[in-house]
Design a protein around this ligand. Structure first.
Ligand SMILES: NC(=O)c1ccc[n+]([C@@H]2O[C@H](COP(=O)([O-])OP(=O)(O)OC[C@H]3O[C@@H](n4cnc5c(N)ncnc54)[C@H](O)[C@@H]3O)[C@@H](O)[C@H]2O)c1
Length: 322
């Protein structure tokens, strides 16, 4: 089996980024896409994200000599800053270009795509039916040794393990958006995951420039969202109750903890649509008179005004002001 072949199922926002980081680090990477029209949607993403990665790598030259460089962006593209020079970054840019050109493949035929795969990462729409359909389609054609991972943000691997036909070789490998900067990889098995496979996935995550963050048991929301979602909800509660305003809440958090950003700045980065979708998942959000209902209404008003966060130029803060 070719140790180096990785297959990404799904060419959306995250799937594209995952495939590109694998290709950047020398893995032979195949995107399996379901139709010609998917190719039309994924190809511009591949072009855009690969250009952004190389651009950020170029900008990293300004960090050479900065003792904090290793903690600054783009963490996922530069594994070690020991002895780093602008010339070495130029070499990384050249090898990145070459690796993107040589290692990225698109395949519509599932059997061909999966053949000889060392590891398959499912990064499809966050819908159980779509994911189950995918696992059922691949279970009988995957090579015996292939490891299968899901990038699902909200669902647990135990929900799908039985459909994969290889529960012992299946676990979650969860990335963050803008993978080349926010290089976290949360690795979460289900009770039937073979520990040797789990460890292999941890090793793989490190090989593609991620910092492997190991969970010892299943947890909805993994580590990060288990902390972040309640934190952001508490901040929104203070705002919706009229206890304080977003600027003061952020200032309090930053001054008291030394954190570089407060919860409302984080909400602007995450995007208010995502915050609204999370709010709407709570039953109380649909009951008149609850604080969750009030938060939902306030978020909806901002979304309707187009104030959806950093990407829109305005959210809780105005990013168009110089
Ligand atoms: N967007 C994020 O910030 C983020 C972060 C971490 C993890 N994730 C997870 O990554 C996964 C993908 O998210 P995304 O943001 O890339 O979504 P997306 O909507 O950008 O892309 C979804 C992809 O799945 C494909 N797809 C949908 N149904 C399919 C089917 N039946 N068969 C084959 N392909 C199908 C779509 O064509 C598209 O390429 C989800 O599980 C999500 O929870 C997303």
């Amino acid at each position: 089996m070719d140790r180096k072949k990785v297959v990404v199922c799904g060419g959306g926002v995250l799937g594209t980024q995952i495939g590109l980081i694998c290709a950047y680090y020398g893995f032979d990477t195949t995107f399996w896409l379901r139709s010609e029209s998917s190719i039309g949607r994924t190809t511009p993403k591949i072009e855009r994200y690969s250009a952004l990665m190389l651009e950020d790598l170029g900008a990293a030259k300004a960090l050479v000599g900065n003792p904090m460089a290793a903690f600054l962006y783009p963490r996922g593209l530069i594994r070690s800053w020991d002895g780093m020079t602008a010339g070495k970054i130029d070499e990384l840019i050249e090898s990145g270009k070459k690796n993107f050109a040589e290692n990225v493949h698109i395949e519509l035929d599932l059997r061909k795509a999966l053949s000889g795969a060392y590891l398959v990462i499912e990064s499809m729409t966050e819908e159980p039916k779509a994911k189950i359909g995918m696992y059922e389609a691949m279970r009988d054609i995957l090579d015996e040794d292939t490891i299968l991972c899901t990038n699902s943000s909200t669902m647990l691997p135990s929900t799908f393990a039985e459909y994969t036909g290889r529960p012992e070789k299946y676990c979650a490998l969860h990335f963050a958006n803008t993978i080349w900067k926010n290089n976290t990889a949360e690795i979460m098995g289900h009770p039937g995951t073979d520990p040797a496979i789990y460890n292999e996935v941890v090793k793989f995550a490190g090989e593609i420039g991620m910092v492997p963050l190991q969970l010892h048991k299943e947890q909805p929301g993994y580590i990060l969202n288990s902390m972040l979602v309640p934190f952001l909800s508490a901040a929104q509660m203070l705002w919706a109750k009229g206890v304080s305003d977003p600027e003061t809440v952020d200032l309090t958090w930053q001054l008291a903890t030394g954190a570089p950003a407060g919860p409302f700045k984080i909400l602007d980065i995450v995007g208010l649509e995502t915050a609204y979708n999370i709010n709407q998942m709570k039953p109380a959000a649909h009951q008149e008179g609850t604080i969750e209902n009030q938060i939902g209404k306030l978020l909806k008003e901002k979304i309707d005004r187009g104030e959806t966060g950093v990407n829109a130029g305005k959210g809780f803060y105005d990013y168009t002001k110089k």
